[in-house]
Write a protein that binds this ligand. Structure first.
Ligand code: AMP
Ligand code: MN
Ligand code: MN
Ligand code: MN
Length: 281
């Protein structure tokens, strides 16, 4: 009989914008019944060694993952890498350039916030993040603490989101380049949460076609908080473009209680799973 495997191939820890340490994340995933977990921090793989040790201790399989920020058609598009070699020096050097971009952006976001009359939010962000490169969620937290908004969502909606006054377009690598980074690091590239980019049908098809052309292996057909019609549409697109299907909660921690590790809708049975050729124990 086949073992009853439960996959979650998209989750964050404190090594990017998640609330839980890699150990806490693994423990929570284990409690939730997950047997194969990918830790996919934004542009960071530093949490993987700890996650690996914790997963091994409870007999869970850990997939070395990452979620790269890339650019396509003037939008931030996220590419998950699964099975990457997180010791590969050139991959690590590439991730370091992503961190540098975040530090540069943080200065530019602060300039915008100053113009909006907000004072030194960056100082609070720096105190908060320590060694970690600052992300927009860190700005949102600091803005809440300074009393400029009430929630992370409000901070994104009013200031930090695409097209808003403190939004800085990032010079992330172009999508094909980000895919290549993952391939060079020995991983499979997965187009993250394609339903979340608010694209028309035509534009979504274009994105998926470009991703496939770049060497992408799979699209995330199932993610948290997704309408069944969207899941179906993505399953159709995966089939049409000859792509495998991935599943993941995109868990960020208990501060977003509507998302839970290991909890997402079933993958439509017509999909070929991204793990079809994996060696699983
Ligand atoms: P960054 O990578 O620093 O540009 O920040 C992007 C991250 O912010 C995403 O990965 C999400 O986790 C988070 N994010 C984006 N939009 C929102 C939102 N409206 N509310 C809360 N978090 C968000
Ligand atoms: Mn995030
Ligand atoms: Mn993402
Ligand atoms: Mn994510």
């Amino acid at each position: 009989m086949l073992p009853n495997r439960v996959f979650d191939l998209h989750a964050h820890s404190t090594f990017s914008d998640g609330d839980l340490s890699p150990e806490e994340l693994v423990a929570r995933a284990h409690r939730a019944g997950v047997t194969v977990l990918a830790l996919t921090d934004h542009d960071a793989v530093g949490g993987l060694p700890q996650a690996r040790v914790a997963a091994e201790a409870v007999g869970m399989q850990l997939v070395a993952g990452v979620e790269l920020s890339s650019r396509w058609s003037n939008m931030d598009i996220h590419i998950v890498g699964l099975g990457v070699d997180d010791t590969d020096p050139s991959f690590l050097a590439r991730l370091a350039t992503q961190s540098e971009r975040r530090y540069e952006r943080s200065e530019r976001i602060q300039q915008r916030l100053s113009k909006l009359g907000m004072g030194d939010i960056l100082a609070a962000v720096k105190a908060q993040v320590g060694e970690k490169p600052p992300g927009r969620p860190d700005f949102a937290q600091a803005m809440i603490q300074a009393g400029h908004c009430r929630s992370v969502d409000e901070a994104f909606r009013k200031y930090l989101g695409q097209g808003k006054p403190a939004y800085i377009a990032m010079e992330w690598p172009a999508l094909p380049e980000a895919v290549q980074w993952i391939l060079d690091a020995g991983g499979q590239a997965v187009l993250a949460h394609p339903g979340r980019y608010k694209l028309t049908r035509t534009k979504l098809s274009l994105l998926i076609a470009d991703f496939k052309q770049a060497g992408g292996a799979a699209i995330e057909v199932v993610t948290s908080s997704q309408e069944p019609t969207k899941t179906n549409q993505l399953a159709d697109l995966a089939e049409k473009y000859g792509l495998l299907a991935s599943v993941g909660s995109d868990y960020h921690g208990p501060k977003m209680p509507w998302v839970e590790i290991g909890r997402y809708a079933a993958l439509p049975t017509r999909c070929k799973p991204v793990w079809q050729d994996w060696v699983l124990f």
